[in-house]
Design a protein around this ligand. Structure first.
Ligand code: ATP
Length: 451
């Protein structure tokens, strides 16, 4: 999908074309456009306007002979919403080689002339992020910010298409839970009539319920809530999760296989449609990864990290520094941006991860790192009720709080596994954005509940 010409154009009182529809082949045609006035340059005999819509920018000129338009343009404030009618004329100096000679101009919604943040940042330095986030709707008017969400939409659509082709069903599970979905920590507790509810930290339990329900393969794209008092560039308190779960697998390798193929498919679509624009605006090449993605077990990964003298301060798990170093190892050793780390010790994984038959301290699980940052956690799940119950007990889980969950495995449940992915993190990494705040339409963090 892309916002291809002709598909989105609606002819109505405001517009006959969008900027992307215009081309030199239309020189001589009268068109009506609508959008925001990004720039006004008024001279005594001519007024230049730069009009911006969803597609991009076009230069417009207003001459005094069109009196009403000229006087409206003279008084217009930057970022006002207007509709202009005019003729496309050749203009060698204008981008694209043409401009609009305006014959009439209607101010649909005037902007306050005092903009709280600029839309066109000067000198390459952006306004402070906190202020930009306060005025996020104005920040998002910048074409490079809009691109983030064009890319997001396409990536989400191509992943959705891929999974549906692989016979996955889409589910939407509740976000209000009677008990915390994974652990007691990092959960938001909210008042729910005469008792409390908890906001879902993942759709994990419901994805597994779908496996017990015979759905066989499901995915969900939805909000995930984490009450983590975290101020990193990769954590939000509410984010969009992409989760999937599949039945009748032989091991976590089946999950790794399908997720690698889905990523390659998603990145291929993004590269095909937006690769050029991403290169222009972000100076990044969208690399379509080769298959299969490289893998290291946790033991192998730690050995390679030790060789590089990277401090190991997370027994069994990986520190952000170690993840970064593994990203470099993936590049150097395998020429790949992605790397799966498998076989995490049971001590650092949740009770529902299946353990290796021949070594119960090791789980059939993985994390996927992209450019040295975790984007996915996945595993084969334990579907045997008695084993699951024992593992929960060993982890000190409160049996009452997971009683409903354990019931899913009492009445026949196939072997299954799946993964959870942070969508914002993927988009952030794809475009090398400085923070998940820039990849979130509206970011939620410890100190941010507005706008
Ligand atoms: P991390 O170790 O980075 O905090 P996690 O191990 O808690 O992540 P999971 O519970 O495995 O993460 O969640 C699955 C995926 O969701 C992660 O791989 C990541 O991409 C994303 N994710 C997790 N927590 C956050 C968060 N607070 N904000 C944004 N994305 C997140």
């Amino acid at each position: 999908m892309s916002y291809s010409r002709g598909v989105h154009t609606t002819t109505n009182q405001f517009r006959t074309h969008m900027v992307g529809d215009l081309s030199p082949s239309l020189i001589g045609t009268t068109v009506k456009l609508a959008g925001w006035v990004q720039v006004v340059r008024a001279q005594s005999k001519i007024i230049f306007l730069v009009l911006r819509d969803f597609d991009g920018l076009v230069q417009c000129v207003v001459l005094p002979e069109h009196e009403a338009a000229f006087s409206a343009a003279k008084n217009i404030s930057q970022e006002s919403v207007v509709s202009v009618e005019g003729v496309i004329v050749e203009a060698k100096q204008a981008p694209g080689g043409f401009e609009i000679q305006v014959t009439s101009l209607e101010v649909i919604s005037a902007s306050n002339p005092e903009l709280p943040i600029p839309v066109v940042e000067r000198g390459g330095n952006e306004t402070d992020q906190a202020i930009r986030l306060d005025y996020r709707w104005i920040d998002l008017r910048k074409p490079e910010k809009l691109l983030v969400f064009k890319v997001w939409t396409l990536l989400e659509q191509s992943l959705r298409d891929y999974f549906i082709e692989q016979r996955f069903l889409q589910i939407h599970s509740p976000k209000l839970m009677s008990s915390p979905s994974e652990s007691g920590a990092e959960v938001f507790k909210v008042k729910y009539f005469d008792r409390f509810a908890y906001l879902a930290q993942s759709p994990q339990f419901y994805k597994q319920m779908a496996m017990a329900a015979g759905f066989e393969r499901v995915f969900e794209i939805g909000p995930v809530f984490r009450a983590e008092p975290s101020f990193t560039t990769r954590h939000a308190t509410e984010f969009t999760g992409f989760d999937f779960e599949m039945s009748f697998i032989t091991s976590h390798e089946d999950v790794i296989d399908i997720w690698s193929k889905a990523i390659a498919h998603g990145l291929q679509s993004v590269a095909d449609t937006y690769g050029k624009e991403i290169k222009e605006r972000y100076d990044i090449d969208v690399v379509v990864p080769s298959l299969p993605f490289p893998q290291l077990t946790m033991i192998e990964a730690k050995a390679l990290l030790a060789k590089k003298n990277i401090a190991d301060d997370r027994s069994g798990d990986l520190s952000p520094e170690q993840e970064r170093a593994l990203g470099e190892i993936a590049k150097e050793k395998y020429g790949h941006e992605f790397i799966f780390i498998t076989e995490y010790p049971a001590s650092v994984r949740p009770f529902y991860h299946m353990r290796k038959e021949e070594d119960k301290d090791i789980t059939l699980s993985f994390d996927l790192l992209w450019k040295g940052l975790e984007i996915t956690t996945g595993a084969q799940r334990e579907h045997r009720h008695d084993v699951l119950e024992a593992q929960a007990k060993e982890k000190g889980m409160n049996k009452d709080s997971i009683a409903h969950y354990l019931d899913f495995f009492r009445y026949g449940c196939p072997p299954h596994g799946g993964a959870g992915i942070g969508f914002g993190r993927m988009v952030m990494l794809m475009l090398n954005l400085e923070s998940i705040r820039e990849a979130s339409f509206v970011y939620r963090g410890v100190k941010r509940l507005t706008p």
